[in-house]
Design a protein around this ligand. Sequence first.
Ligand SMILES: *[C@@H]1O[C@H](CO)[C@@H](O)[C@H](O)[C@H]1NC(C)=O
Ligand SMILES: *[C@@H]1O[C@H](CO)[C@@H](O)[C@H](O)[C@H]1NC(C)=O
Length: 370
Amino acid sequence: MAREYAKHCPASPMKNSLLVTAAILLIIQAASCQRVRVETEVEAYPTESVDLRCQFVDGGNTKLTQVSWIWEPTEGQRDNIAVFHPTYGESFPESPFSGRVRFIKGTLTSPSITITSLKMADAGRYTCEYATYPSGNEQGTTNLVMLAKPKNSASPVVVQASTSGKPVVVAQCEAADSKPAATIKWMGAVGGTENTTSVKGPDGTVTVRSEYLIVPTPEDNGKEVTCIISQRTQDKPQTFPMKLAVEYPPTVSIVGYDNNWYIGRTDAVLTCQATGNPAPTTVTWTVMSGPMPDTVQINANKLIVRKVDEAVNTTFVCEVKNRLGVSKHQVTTAVIDPHTFHTRQMGKRDIDRRRVRKRGGWRRLKHPDS
Ligand SMILES: *[C@@H]1O[C@H](CO)[C@@H](O)[C@H](O)[C@H]1NC(C)=O
Ligand SMILES: *[C@@H]1O[C@H](CO)[C@@H](O)[C@H](O)[C@H]1NC(C)=O
């Protein structure tokens, strides 16, 4: 916590090129050179306690009369919070520190104090001030820096795929009530923009909020963005990886039709493939005109024709729904009559009947005329 002891007899200002000025400064410094040793800066956290050390060194013939601690808040009045007198002892004037401040040893040469139950508002300058004879007052000042760890959080924001082309907030990240303020950065492969704002709290803490904005497309759903929060009191930055949640209406397509639904074919299957977020729950198969043929079996997103006949020489429609919308796709299944097919083929091939017969395939195709 403690930084190094203050140098109360500062080194000569080497940067000053004017020797005369330097000499004058040295004289002033020598005259005011303090023998009150304190730490220049200490850091502490709320609810914890802190020791403010003070020591009078090289006393020589100087007579120490009494020592006081004076608190100077970041904003407001100086306040005497603790006094030590060799004869009258310790005294703690009425102050915001009443009951929270005590001397560690309580000697005139070492009047260090402890402050307990620290508050953010305790930040400020603490001066250890000696009344001496014959040189008068001598003092040393410690800056107490109150720190606060941020309360970090992050979450994706569920959005709908953009129809307007405007960027919207898809993730947010917050580092609340910290001192000093945290910094928030984003990492992600979706090319977003950031909007970071900070709000000061009443006790000197800062809440930093950052939003990540993109023009969401269905493709962005599930992509990762990471929020990185850095702050002085953290050993290392805290990272929050998040998966984007972009909702979009379904898109649907029927697959599996192979242009070869001949009469008598068994187990011809059409599959209705749908995407959408949330995942579409209802899949509805219909026939463009009329009722669903008897030979058709529906099993969720599959339409199965047990045996192809003229009844499935039609157009099948698949409709899927989610909260955001409906999507339809249709396919016309042209049933091939093997007789027509046979005749046509024979017409083409009657030049070489032998070869056709040899193949043997045609004979198996039963035709009402044969
Ligand atoms: C950034 O965030 C602040 C606070 O939420 C909001 O008021 C402001 O409109 C935002 N700016 C942009 C460009 O989104
Ligand atoms: C199927 O329908 C089309 C036109 O609607 C028709 O030309 C064709 O002959 C039909 N096929 C069968 C096997 O009935």
